[in-house]
Design a protein around this ligand. Structure first.
Ligand code: NOJ
Length: 741
């Protein structure tokens, strides 16, 4: 298996020139084409082998009949042709961003190329690059694709070869780096220890590797595994299918991927009912598929977290089978059992989220067991130390195996009132302000069944395990009061927790503005999220259609300025609204009790490309396709510079360049720019949005705009200054002063 390069411990970066640092493809191809004509070799044959090798080696390969003298002459001719036209030679995408980042990180770098010295200097000058160290074919005996060039460069920079990253865009170059004992980063879809889509990507990874902790200000992405990608054609998403789409996530700017549960499960709640915590369900591809996915994600510099569902197990878990067999079974106390009430009914008035009482009677032992979700999801007893020890081991197992942390399912539910007291009813005019539950559940004041203060001790215990692995724990806590939520991430508790204010909210700009500001002020460690697999999609909740999409995007711009981590639920990057699921075609257990609360509409398959199966599956999807249009798909939006996807990518690309210098502080303040415009300031970074449905009056920008949701021409290099009138839902990022790059 490939090593995961330690980007934080690098001592130098060694960059190939042509095709890597300098975009010279057209000029190289032109030169080889002319040469091919002169030497009578088919152009295609030449172009197929020339890339990445010194000219002499390519000539000898193509014309084996030539002697060494003639090879040298033919190679010189080829090199001479390369000087003909440097007009289209330029820096490769992201090159200047990378070099500025290397300088800022104090990382020495060199260019190592198989071009000769004169040509290399001419090309680098044309690209505006002046390397501190340049090694060309004139400086080595055998030519750069041998390890010699890279080892020489490491020596001159006094760097340990094992701590030098080789950046290459050709197979021979990568092989040379590997032969020199150096980790490699590959462009053009080639495989190295890292796989880059451009040099800006590497700049980002280097900056993040110097960010501590690694999840600070990271961008997260929720993969709802059953609906993301299906590699087998059975209509059900799997890990290999997810792995096929990691480039989409890397390009979007994702740092950490949350995979919904992949463990062995009868799938009564689509994975949130686990029957074996240590085995990957065969329907997701088994253990090998997870290893492969982790390796692929890590190669792209992304982390992967799992989903820890330990409020309950499946009733098919061997612990429950044993526990329900006899009152004397050693596992009995892993679950919560009680005698019937005097009338023979449930022991208290607690309710299941999915309808009916939270208790089911077990004939075999004559007692009820507790389940805050369906009867197939019995609740674990977190007051039993033996259970806690088992779960520690489960966490340890997966973190040692390569997972980078966990999203904690129902993180505030684990511990229940020791006396199992009845919940009081709320006053008749009040309802718990959350969705994803029955109406009956919302009428109770849940002061005894969930959110008990003892739960913090469980989180503290997990934190100790996680920190040994530099892993990240983010809680699912439906606590909308930011001050109370902040207690979940205080001190040595969870690293972060989702704040669901935006998820539980329709479109109410003033309320959203106030809530967001209050949450950001409560803690710099919250996770910002607009949607997930349990609630209607953001674009639908915010009004649907183009307006709903624009509102969601404006909120993403505001979220981009907040300290903490920012999350995208799969499909949100496309501006997807709820999928259409005809009556009788759903699968959500909640829908049986409360059809209006069905979560299926947020879970329909990810639309990758137009056509049957949407590129999600070649078979029949487990949930209907949802009525997606061609314009909803990744393929269509990728090709459109004004699409939701392209705009969000632009936002995240800009944000990651601003991280660090512009957002060095966690302090966030609301700013009053007038005209009813919402503005937050964090150090040198500002997010400004018109959340209203009318064009705002003109405002003076307090710093240059480097991102404009409505104008792709606004970039860090071409910022917009002065006065602006923001269209409805138009949103900007401002930064100043902009660090030179
Ligand atoms: C929260 C999950 O997100 C949801 O999908 C699940 O039904 C419940 N927890 C129970 O595990």
């Amino acid at each position: 298996m490939r090593r995961r390069p330690d980007l934080g411990g690098l001592e130098a970066v060694l960059l190939d020139m042509d095709g890597t640092l300098v975009d010279s493809d057209a000029s190289v191809e032109r030169a080889w084409s002319t040469w091919a004509g002169e030497y009578g070799v088919p152009v295609d044959t030449v172009l197929a082998v020339a890339h990445g090798s010194p000219a002499g080696r390519t000539v000898a390969h193509l014309l084996p009949r030539l002697g060494p003298e003639e090879v040298a002459i033919a190679a010189r001719r080829q090199l001479a042709l390369q000087y003909d036209d440097l007009s289209d030679v330029a820096a490769a995408p992201g090159a200047h961003e990378l070099l500025a980042t290397l300088d800022r990180c104090g990382l020495p770098w060199a260019v190592v190329t198989s071009a000769d010295g004169r040509l290399a200097k001419a090309r680098l000058a044309a690209a505006g690059i002046d390397p501190p160290l340049l090694l060309t074919i004139d400086d080595v005996r055998h030519g750069k694709p041998d390890p010699e060039g890279y080892l020489r460069a490491a020596g001159l920079l006094r760097a340990d070869p094992a701590a030098c990253l080789v950046v290459e865009d050709s197979e021979p170059g990568l092989a040379a780096g590997t032969a020199a004992g150096m980790p490699t980063a590959a462009l053009r879809g080639l495989d190295g220890d890292l796989r880059l889509f451009d040099l800006g990507h590497l700049a980002h990874l280097l900056r993040r590797a110097r960010t501590s902790p690694w999840w600070r200000d990271a961008v997260g992405y929720q993969v709802y595994l059953p609906s993301f990608g299906d590699s087998t054609g059975d209509g059900w998403g799997d890990l290999a299918g997810a792995g096929e789409h990691l480039d989409h996530l890397a390009r979007l700017g994702v740092d950490v991927v949350w995979l919904t549960p992949f463990f062995r499960s009868p799938m009564r709640d689509h994975g949130y009912d686990i029957a074996d915590y240590r085995v990957v369900d065969p329907s997701f591809g088994g253990d090998a598929a997870l290893d492969e996915l982790l390796a692929r994600a890590h190669r792209r510099g992304m982390r992967v977290i799992g989903d820890l569902v330990v409020n309950h197990t499946s009733d098919a878990h061997p612990w429950f089978t044993a526990a329900s067999s006899s009152r004397a079974d050693p596992y009995r106390d892993y679950y919560i059992w009680r005698d019937p009430a005097p009338d023979g009914g449930p022991p208290n008035n607690w309710l299941s989220h999915f309808g009916g009482p939270a208790w089911t009677f077990s004939e075999a032992t004559g007692q009820y067991y507790l389940h805050l979700f369906s009867p197939e999801q019995p609740d674990l007893n977190w007051r039993n130390p033996a259970l806690a020890a088992q779960v520690d081991e489960v966490i340890e197992h997966w973190l040692a195996r390569g997972l980078d942390g966990f999203r904690i399912d129902t993180a505030a539910y684990l511990v229940k009132d020791a006396d199992l007291r009845d919940n009081p009813l709320l006053p008749a005019d009040l309802l718990v302000p959350v969705g994803g539950v029955t109406m009956e559940w919302r009428r109770q004041d849940h002061r005894h069944d969930i959110h008990q203060p003892d739960v913090h001790a469980v989180h503290e215990r997990w934190r100790r395990v996680a920190d040994r692995h530099d892993a990240f724990l983010v809680g699912e806590v439906y606590e909308l009061d930011p001050g109370t939520l902040a207690r979940f991430v205080d001190g040595e508790r969870l690293h972060s927790s989702f704040w669901f204010g935006l998820v539980e909210s329709g479109w109410d700009p003033e309320r959203i503005d106030t809530m967001l500001a209050a949450a950001a002020a409560a803690s710099p460690r919250l996770s910002w999220v607009q949607g997930n697999h349990d609630r209607p999609r953001a674009a639908t909740r915010y009004g649907g259609g183009q307006v709903g999409r624009r509102r969601s995007l404006a909120l993403h711009v505001l979220m981009a300025s907040l300290p903490g981590t920012m999350w995208i639920y799969q499909g949100e990057e496309l501006g997807l609204g709820d999928g259409h699921v005809p009556r009788g075609h759903g699968a959500d257990p909640l829908a049986t009790a409360e059809p209006g609360q069905s979560r299926d509409a947020a879970r329909t398959p990810m639309p990758w490309r137009p056509g049957p199966g949407l590129g999600f599956t070649t078979g029949r999807p487990w949930l209907p396709e949802g009525g997606r249009t061609d314009a909803d798909t990744v393929a269509a939006q990728e090709a459109d510079p004004a699409s939701h996807l392209t705009t969000l990518r632009r936002l995240l690309t800009t944000r990651r360049r601003l991280a660090g210098p512009a957002a060095a502080t966690d302090e966030i303040a609301r700013a009053d720019l007038g005209a009813g415009v919402t503005a937050y300031r964090r150090g040198g970074l500002w997010a400004v949005a018109n959340l209203r449905d009318a064009t705002a009056a003109e405002v003076e920008l307090p710093a240059p705009a480097v991102f404009d949701s409505d104008d792709p021409a606004v970039t860090p290099e071409r910022p917009r200054t002065g006065r602006v009138r923001l269209a409805p839902q138009q949103a900007l990022l401002l930064a100043g002063p902009w660090p030179a790059s």
